[in-house]
Design a protein around this ligand. Structure first.
Ligand SMILES: Cc1cc2nc3c(=O)[nH]c(=O)nc-3n(C[C@H](O)[C@H](O)[C@H](O)COP(=O)(O)OP(=O)(O)OC[C@H]3O[C@@H](n4cnc5c(N)ncnc54)[C@H](O)[C@@H]3O)c2cc1C
Length: 515
């Protein structure tokens, strides 16, 4: 159904399906180095492993994979079994001048795991942390757990469940991304207000750097100078390897209340959303979808904007919260069907049922990554661009970015569809997330991406937004990151890198330009 709809909207006719690449389609250059015998059992240099660690999961990455274009493969993929292995591997790479690319789930959408190097490196090692996948200790009193960094979302939650606890950090890539990756990229989870970023759940960290290993103190809060945790949260593998973290947890929610609110247009929905996040209610979910986004996510087909509002708690019923939220959004022109206000309590140990527009949206949200790859195979350009901006500039940014995106898709050869949803909302601003879908220019997909990405990110910066709210910087967003961050801060970050990674082997070119 989605395929037929897209082909119709984009005027593309029958969509020709391209076969995904097979290992036998690709010949890689020989690895430039091998691990010494003391470490060789940790490494793999076969084509399959090197191909699998060549790229992340951005449109550029998938498009290049379909084109059988595997530039910059790592020479060796290493699977450390414990932190001591990470230390030994970093020692070897530091001495031998081999670039180290930390790899969690490989779901980066900004070129964070691609070994594209401009320095005089002898090769590149992809450091896959997937064997560090255990919850090591649970502190029930403080409601926290010590977790190894390589664990993927589902395995983390499965290990916490018997303790009645949960991290409740659900990025859309939950299934395929790791705790260390979330921390290294400052990932945004499903909480749309208040604890939106992983940052708020990190209690302390262990990090292996080429200069040594450091551990920050477990504290509920601290005023002792700049936070050492904050230096590594968002460091994208450029300063060291996060090997484990104490994470703040929550009890599993039992009480839920949710509804869907319709608005005649996106901006009236945004005004109501602002009132809601400034009210002190802090809904767990509070996502505003424009009419096309609501349609494409099968949440609503009425041609109106849709605001999904949901509260959750492990402790108390939520009827007063949802009733007040409904009153508030109605004051701002929202329409809510009373029969569609859902209030529920799940017995302990059971999972909640998802129904209505919320349920439909959640299912589509979780399916979207698979659908995206299928669309790319069919010659559809589909990419997302996210930012955050204060409320005073929200409307200008929304209109400016939408116009820039439409202009750029036309310029690159076709009428595109640009949709917007607000993924996270704050009392002082919001994070709009744009999706561009257009006919791909087969054979020059990367040039098309370059034009669209530049137009959109330029507009984001021009209208006061950030180059990324939660997708991180990687290699692909560096030109705009360098414009956004204060120059003196750039110097300080480069000095921190020189101090922790004097030879510059850690994820070169990310966050700090290569000398
Ligand atoms: C379909 C899709 C949906 C997505 N949805 C979201 C979303 O909702 N919210 C969101 O925030 N992001 C989202 N992303 C982006 C991506 O999933 C996040 O950036 C995620 O945090 C990356 O985790 P990862 O384990 O896959 O890291 P990787 O992709 O393996 O690595 C990302 C970066 O972190 C570094 N790194 C990884 N592990 C470590 C470590 N242990 N120590 C030091 N550095 C490390 C890498 O070197 C790289 O620079 C999405 C991506 C896709 C493909």
């Amino acid at each position: 159904m989605v395929e037929a709809g897209l082909s119709h909207w984009l005027n593309m006719g029958a969509l020709e399906v391209r076969e995904p690449p097979r290992e036998s389609d690709v010949v890689l250059p020989k690895p430039r180095f091998a691990l010494p015998s003391s470490l060789s059992k940790l490494g793999r240099s076969d084509t399959y492993e090197r191909l699998g660690h060549c790229y992340g999961k951005s449109y550029r990455d998938i498009a290049r994979a379909f084109a059988r274009q595997f530039e910059h493969p790592p020479d060796v993929v290493a699977y450390p079994q414990d932190e001591a292995d990470v230390v030994s591997l970093l020692d070897f790479c530091d001495t031998e001048r081999i670039a180290v690319i930390p790899y969690g789930g490989g779901s980066s959408v900004c070129g964070g795991v691609e070994a594209k190097l401009s320095g005089d490196f002898r090769g590149a090692l992809s450091l896959d942390l997937s064997e560090l996948d255990r919850v090591l200790e649970v502190d029930q009193d403080s409601r926290a757990a010590l977790v190894q960094a390589g664990v993927l979302g589902p395995a983390l939650e499965a290990q916490l469940k018997p303790h009645g606890l949960t991290l409740r950090h659900y990025p859309q890539s939950f299934e395929f991304s790791s705790l260390g990756g979330w921390i290294a990229t400052r990932a945004g989870g499903h909480f749309a207000t208040q604890f939106t970023h992983i940052d708020d759940f990190v209690e302390s960290l262990r990090v292996v750097t080429p200069r040594g290993t450091l551990e920050t103190r477990r504290l509920p809060g601290s005023g002792a100078g700049p936070s050492p945790d904050r230096l590594f949260i968002g460091s994208e593998g450029a300063l060291g390897v996060i090997t484990s973290a104490w994470m703040r947890l929550q009890h599993r929610p039992r009480f839920r209340a949710n509804t869907a609110v319709r608005f005649p247009d996106f901006m009236s929905g945004a005004t109501a959303l602002r009132a809601l996040v400034q009210s002190g209610l802090y809904p767990a979910n509070c996502r505003l979808l424009d009419p096309m986004e609501a349609l494409m996510n099968q949440a609503d087909g009425s041609g109106e904007a849709l605001l999904l509002v949901a509260f959750e708690s492990a402790d108390h019923g939520l009827e007063p919260w949802i009733r007040r939220a409904v009153e508030l959004v109605r004051d701002h022109g929202g329409r809510v069907d009373d029969a569609k206000i859902r209030i529920s309590e799940t017995p302990p140990g059971q999972d909640a049922k998802r129904e209505g527009a919320q349920g439909a949206w959640r299912d589509a949200f979780l399916r979207a990554p698979y659908l995206r790859d299928a669309l790319i195979a069919r010659g559809v350009f589909t990419e997302t661009f996210e930012t955050a901006v204060t409320w005073d500039r929200f409307e200008r940014l929304y209109r400016g970015v939408t116009e820039a995106a439409l202009r750029a898709t036309r310029q690159t050869g076709g009428e595109g569809v640009v949709t917007c949803r607000v993924t996270h909302a704050y009392p002082d601003g919001a994070a709009p997330y744009f999706t561009v879908v257009a006919p791909a220019k087969r054979g020059s997909e990367l040039a098309q991406w370059d034009v669209i990405k530049a137009a959109i990110t330029d507009a984001m910066l021009e209208h006061g937004g950030t180059v990324t709210h939660h997708h991180a910087v990687g290699r692909d967003f560096m030109p705009w990151y360098l414009k956004q961050r204060p120059e003196l801060f750039g110097d300080a970050l480069a000095a921190a890198k020189r101090s922790l990674d004097p030879t510059g082997v850690m994820n070169p070119g990310v966050l700090v330009p290569e000398p």
